[in-house]
Design a binder for this molecule. Structure first.
Ligand SMILES: Nc1nc2c(ncn2[C@@H]2O[C@H](COP(=O)(O)OP(=O)(O)OP(=O)(O)O)[C@@H](O)[C@H]2O)c(=O)[nH]1
Length: 303
């Protein structure tokens, strides 16, 4: 008698990094052309941390984003970048996507300088190989490997999907054993949920003092489609202390009301549909230990 042995689940959080125009979106889209996957509806809002969830059973690949801002001035931008690079270090690996035709540019050098401080396996993905002769790839690869150590190197054309499947399979094989971060049948809502949490989080950053944002975490508890075409969205803001809860709520609920009003307005603008947003503030110390999917969903800044 034979029994089917199910391979244990694997899950990798993968930071997709690269200079503007390197082909990150094209790669993510090409990668998502396979099986169950999601792609953020508005990838140009680089505040998204999750770009796509790609199923390669037994592996789930969660591709995350990093904004292309390296010298942020505003507090909010700083927080976003910190979150993004925090994201990189929370990841299991990073993909450095390089435009092979553009070669070593200033933007790429700035990213390399950042990546030197990131203790993660970095995979080099030389993209757009359809645009240049093979022999030009070697000097570029040599120049890059002189700067950084790469766990793996792939040469692809995201546009032509050349080499993308091989890359995904290698990522799936390298994914550490662990439970999937998202249930396979519940992927379609992830971008909307992420967006809602991000937008609320952004308004908290805008409307409270330094202390709170560093300790606040937003989760979208539910996203319910209504027959009239609108959606009901319930978000919970988790803070560590009662004092922070009081700040977020404000006098007589004034601040939370304003956070909700602005977040709803932004969501309506981004999604172009009616949204009913409900916010709930909970005190929950130690949430960061207790919820394992937080490293994927949270937007924690480093301060
Ligand atoms: N020929 C060729 N063009 C590509 C390839 N990959 C991406 N491109 C093109 O390069 C341009 C930039 O690609 P994107 O995917 O938008 O680049 P990105 O890294 O996401 O850019 P940002 O969102 O600005 O950071 C687009 O015009 C793509 O069509 C490739 O493999 N071959």
């Amino acid at each position: 008698m034979s029994e089917e042995v199910q391979a244990p689940q694997r899950c990798a959080i993968i930071a997709v990094i690269g200079a503007p125009n390197a082909g990150k979106s094209t790669l993510v889209n090409a990668a998502s052309g396979t099986k169950v996957s999601i792609v953020s509806p508005k990838p140009q809002t680089t505040r998204f941390r999750i770009r796509a969830v790609i199923m390669r059973p037994p592996a789930q690949l969660v591709l995350t984003d990093t904004p292309g801002i390296f010298n942020p001035r505003r507090r909010l931008d700083r927080a976003m970048v910190a979150a993004a690079w925090g994201g990189a270090t929370d990841s299991d690996m990073a993909l450095l996507v390089v435009d092979a035709r553009a070669g070593m540019t200033e933007a790429l050098q700035a990213i390399i300088a950042k990546l030197k401080k990131v203790k993660l396996p970095i995979w080099l993905v030389l993209n757009k190989i359809d645009l240049i002769p093979r022999d030009r790839l070697l000097p570029l690869t040599a120049a890059l490997t002189a700067e950084l150590t790469f766990a793996e190197t792939f040469m692809i054309s995201a546009e032509k999907r050349d080499g993308v499947d091989k890359l995904l399979q290698a990522l799936a094989d390298a994914a550490p054993e662990g439970p999937w971060l998202f249930p396979e049948d519940d992927l379609s809502d992830v971008p909307n949920r992420m967006l809602a949490a991000e937008v609320v989080r952004e308004q908290i950053l805008r409307m409270t003092h330094e202390e709170v944002p560093h300790h606040a975490h937003v989760e979208t508890e539910s996203w319910t489609e209504r027959p009239d075409g609108s959606a009901r969205v319930d978000c919970t803001i988790y803070v560590n202390r009662a004092s922070q809860k009081a700040i977020v709520i404000g006098d007589g609920g004034s601040r939370i009301k304003e956070i909700g009003r602005r977040a709803r307005q932004e969501l309506v603008g981004l999604l172009e549909r009616p949204i009913h947003l409900f916010l709930n503030v909970k005190e929950k110390s130690g949430w960061d230990e207790s919820r394992m999917h937080i490293r994927a969903l949270g937007l924690e800044d480093e301060g």
